[in-house]
Design a protein around this ligand. Structure first.
Ligand code: FAD
Length: 258
């Protein structure tokens, strides 16, 4: 979906039958995926190699779209006389697969260069997946109401589950990992109100819904991309430093935040 300085998105990249009504959704996802990467490169926060991940992440999505819409067409075009041409599996499986594909909610980038594998084996979203795999009722909880609003800003977010201990003079709970890149915004999430001082980098999660739905334990961190997909998660400063170093290899050497 890229040739030199030229990028294609939407129907220009993957024109298909309108049978499953996904063309517009997928085109907007293409544009969003590309936009934040272009912005980082244009503003000098990232090396141009970041743009290679547009192709790496979106070509498989376009290919899957062509395959699934092709399958819908095959189903519609089933030959009534001999029954050939229909789906190979049961109607219920087919319906389930269709809904997952049509909603776009199953899209993930597990093999992307921007995904640091290995985290999330204890449940919750895994690197590459969307962060907000939550039910409508959970989305209305106090913690998620604050967090969803903060995640609307198209920035990288580092979610740190802070536990109950006092900050102890550190700039932020992940201070042991060293300076954060300027393109990362940190959000501290705690069940405890004394941690929630009304600051714009704090998320108070009084009933623990954010913790539970993300299967996050105190001391854990999650690194979220501008488009809401999880890039990495883990515990400990060393793991966070390793994840950031891996990602910053795609970024220019720029002054870190003090
Ligand atoms: C019947 C039908 C039903 C659909 N239903 C759904 C649905 O329910 N849900 C969904 O998500 N999608 C649906 N789609 C698909 C959706 O409409 C398209 O995927 C979407 O509009 C593609 O947007 P785009 O910006 O990539 O391309 P386009 O909308 O095709 O925009 C391309 C633009 O470029 C212009 N252009 C072309 N050549 C040039 C040129 N040389 N110079 C300048 N301008 C040029 C064109 O005039 C056009 O305005 C449907 C499509 C059809 C046909």
């Amino acid at each position: 979906m890229r040739l030199g300085r030229c990028f294609v998105s939407g129907d220009a990249a993957h024109v298909h039958s309108p049978a499953s009504g996904q063309g517009l959704n997928t085109g907007i996802q293409d544009a969003y995926n590309l936009a934040w990467k272009l912005a980082m490169v244009v503003h000098g926060h990232a090396d141009a190699t970041l743009l290679d991940t547009y192709d790496a992440e979106r070509v498989p999505i376009g290919q899957a779209l062509l395959a699934s819409t092709g399958e819908v067409m095959d189903t519609i075009m089933v030959d009534k006389a001999d029954g050939t041409g229909g789906p190979a599996h049961s109607p219920r499986d087919f319906q389930r697969q269709l809904i997952r594909n049509m909603s776009g909610l199953a899209i993930a980038y597990p093999d992307s260069p921007l995904t640091v594998p290995g985290g999330g084996t204890g449940g919750g979203p895994r690197p590459g997946e969307r962060l907000t795999q939550i039910r409508a009722a959970d989305a209305q909880s106090p913690g998620w109401t604050i967090l969803r609003e903060k995640l609307r800003s198209p920035a990288w977010h580092l979610l740190v589950f802070a536990g109950s201990e006092e900050p102890g003079g550190q700039d932020h709970p992940a201070a042991g990992a060293g300076p954060l890149p300027v393109w990362v915004e940190i959000l501290t999430i705690s069940r405890h109100r004394h941690r929630y001082d009304g600051g714009d980098r704090r998320v108070w999660d009084p009933d623990g819904t954010v913790h539970d739905t993300l299967a996050a334990t105190d001391g854990e961190w999650l690194l979220v991309r501008p488009d809401g997909h999880l890039s990495a998660r883990g515990t400990g400063d060393a793991g966070l430093r390793a994840a950031l170093d891996r990602l910053t290899s795609l970024h220019t050497a720029e002054p870190a935040r003090a």
